[in-house]
Design a protein. Structure first.
Length: 232
């Protein structure tokens, strides 16, 4: 997998405040990985063993310059719900989103070497025009979309592309929040027994804290699959 769209870290907390983004008080990432999620982590690592180089298992979440890596599963505008298949080390189509919902409002994927509270890799939202699915990109953190669903906490880090001089090409605006948050508020309405809600948005610091916590789960919660794992 080649890394494209190299991006530069900026003092993003100041950027978010300066442009009026609704960065509410968001609770820090919980320090305990649920038992079911640790079991999924073990299954994912087992599935990845078939590959000498695996994009989720072997790509670091952060780079030396402070940017974070993201794997693009679903390009912006795509109605196909691509999901990363651990055993195949590639994405595959899980389903097609209903026409009335439309395509994804933002590039969607995951941060490698992370595991979130549902056992899946931690989600990333990449602002800007559609990006090619199946590629790795580098991004500067600009915020956090707090989200909950029937499985529990499902928040997502938001990153921005930059130009060659390190200036952001896209800001996380209130309009973005409304458009993206609105989609994720309703994208499970056709799935009986499931729900989703977006209670607010966090700062760049919140987003980075979630990345680092879910990476710590990845590195430290392998020894007791099926048991809750609490970070020290």
């Amino acid at each position: 997998m080649r890394v494209t769209n190299r991006l530069l870290v900026l003092p993003v907390l100041l950027l978010v405040v300066a442009h009026g983004v609704d960065a509410r008080q968001i609770a820090g990432p919980p320090r305990e990985l649920p038992a079911q999620a640790s079991a999924v982590l073990a299954e994912s690592l087992k599935a990845a063993k078939a590959h000498s180089k695996h994009v989720w298992r072997d790509t670091p979440p952060e780079n030396a310059d402070g940017t974070i890596n993201g794997y693009i599963e679903i390009p912006r505008g795509d109605r196909r719900k691509w999901e990363f298949a651990m055993a195949k080390n590639a994405r595959a189509i899980d389903r097609v989103m209903p026409e009335d919902l439309g395509g994804y409002p933002v590039n969607y994927g995951f941060v490698p070497q992370t595991v979130s509270y549902d056992g899946d890799p931690f989600d990333i939202l990449v602002l800007g025009p559609p990006l090619r699915g199946g590629e790795l990109v580098r991004g500067v953190v600009v915020g956090l979309m707090a989200m909950e669903d029937e499985k529990g906490l499902d928040s997502k880090v938001v990153v921005s592309l930059t130009d060659n001089n390190g200036r952001p090409l896209h800001e996380l605006t209130p309009e973005d929040q409304q458009r993206i948050g609105g989609y994720f508020q309703r994208y499970k309405v056709h799935e009986p027994g499931k729900f989703s809600k977006v209670p607010g948005w966090g700062t760049a610091s919140d987003g980075l804290a979630f990345v680092r916590t879910t990476h710590a789960f990845f590195t430290k919660c392998r020894s007791a699959p099926g048991h809750a794992c609490r970070l020290d």
